[in-house]
Design a protein around this ligand. Structure first.
Ligand SMILES: Cc1ncc(COP(=O)(O)O)c(C=O)c1O
Length: 396
């Protein structure tokens, strides 16, 4: 393999820069917080998040994968239960459910929107289907009203994976608030990041919500009986309502939580900036129909990523030729993302290597994801646009 060059525009591992106020806040909480975990900032972040998305029960976690592990536990899966998951997604949308004993059933993705539809879920239903995972991939919110209608009719639980779509809305309602459980990420790549790792679990059912603090923090809870001293019979209790339900330690630290509150104040602005840039970039390439984007001007899309489908019908091999010239001639790193999960050895070895997902296969085999971190300068974007045009023209 040809070694990669020193890129002028990398596919960055971090999404955005921090403001001077955010840096000062982090430094202050670093020095002052006591404790550095399980303190007031965690509660404040959860409250701010709850106010932002408009539902009550929100729990900050170390990352979205931890939130998905908790969500999978809350689904109370039994061996043989089936969980429908889109094949074209990040791996942790899926494996937490397999770890709870479920059989994964892969759903396809719509070629236009690149996310799962109600019809694609309906195509995979069986009498054993218990849960549907809907992933708002690339930042675009799937058709939740239709999916929820289907789920309610078939008595299915719905987990929304909103890792890439914080702030996306369908009909004025935030993605992550339609389903029974919603999961968000503040990983380094995401539209806002709490220092590289962070997540949030949103729970609709108050009874399930009451379990989350225990599941998230080692089963720690208060004694219910009157006690003569705070140290007897022990400082605190450990309990969960049924045998076989085991806890973890998935709490988000205080510094990250305090930063999360500050970032929520500007997520809408950052999303709007990314959306505006994405639409301008797409429009400026309208005379290159071989590069097919998903253009959405509304808050339904956060443009976490800027992905396109390369129509290779007139010139087989165009996608790879384009990526190569962008990388080596223009020093711009485009990538290919979300290898359909059933192609990975991890899933094949565990019996999940079978799928009928022509849309996911076709999209993955032709896709190009442009570097689209929020911190790109206008100059970088203009250079990426001019380079894209030049490379495509050269390949015609
Ligand atoms: C769709 C999707 N789900 C889940 C995750 C997991 O997020 P985290 O890195 O916060 O665990 C990611 C992150 O890359 C993701 O893109």
């Amino acid at each position: 393999m040809r070694p990669e060059p020193a890129y002028r525009i990398p596919f960055s591992g971090r999404a955005h820069r921090y403001t001077a106020e955010e840096v000062a806040l982090v430094a202050r909480v670093m020095q002052e917080a006591d404790p550095l975990t399980q303190g007031r900032h965690l509660g404040e972040f959860q409250e701010a998040f709850s106010a932002y998305i408009g539902v009550p029960h929100c729990f900050a976690t170390m990352n979205a994968t931890c939130a998905l592990e908790l969500a999978a536990q809350l689904c109370e899966l039994k061996p043989g239960d089936e969980v429908i998951v889109p094949a074209h997604t990040f791996t942790s949308s899926a494996y937490p459910f397999a770890k709870q004993g479920a059989r994964l059933v892969w759903a396809d993705s719509d070629p236009g929107t690149r996310v799962v539809t109600a019809q694609m879920i309906a195509d995979k239903l069986s009498p054993r289907t218990k849960v549907v995972v809907v992933v708002h991939l690339y930042g675009f919110a799937a058709e939740m009203p239709e999916i929820m209608d289907l789920a309610r009719r078939r008595h299915l639980l719905v987990v929304e994976d909103v890792a890439q779509a914080l702030g996306a809305e369908v009909g004025g309602r935030k993605a992550g608030t339609f389903g029974d459980l919603g999961v968000f990420s503040f990983h380094s790549h995401k539209n806002v990041t709490t220092l590289g790792e962070g997540g949030m679990l949103v729970v609709r059912d108050p009874a399930q919500a009451a379990l989350v603090p225990l599941l998230r923090h080692n089963g720690h809870c208060a004694f219910t009986q009157e006690r003569p001293h705070y140290w007897t019979p022990a400082m605190g209790n450990l309990d969960l309502p049924r045998p076989g339900l085991w806890p973890s330690n998935y709490c988000l630290g205080e510094v990250e939580s305090a930063l999360g509150v500050a970032l929520l104040a500007r997520i809408d602005q950052m999303n709007a900036e990314k959306r505006g840039r994405a639409c301008r970039f797409i429009d400026a390439l309208a005379d290159f129909p071989e590069l097919v984007f998903h253009r959405v001007e509304s808050t339904r899309h956060t443009y976490h990523l800027l992905a396109a489908y390369m129509d290779e019908s007139a010139r087989p091999g165009l996608r790879d030729a384009f990526m190569e010239r962008m990388a080596f001639d223009k020093l711009i790193k485009c990538v290919v993302q979300y290898y359909p999960l059933y192609r990975y050895p991890l899933y094949i070895k565990n019996g999940f290597g079978q799928a009928d997902c022509p849309g996911a296969d076709d999209f993955f085999d032709h896709m190009v994801s442009f570097p689209f971190q929020h911190w790109l300068s206008d100059e970088d974007l203009a250079y990426m646009l001019a380079s894209t045009r030049e490379v495509l023209e050269g390949l015609r």
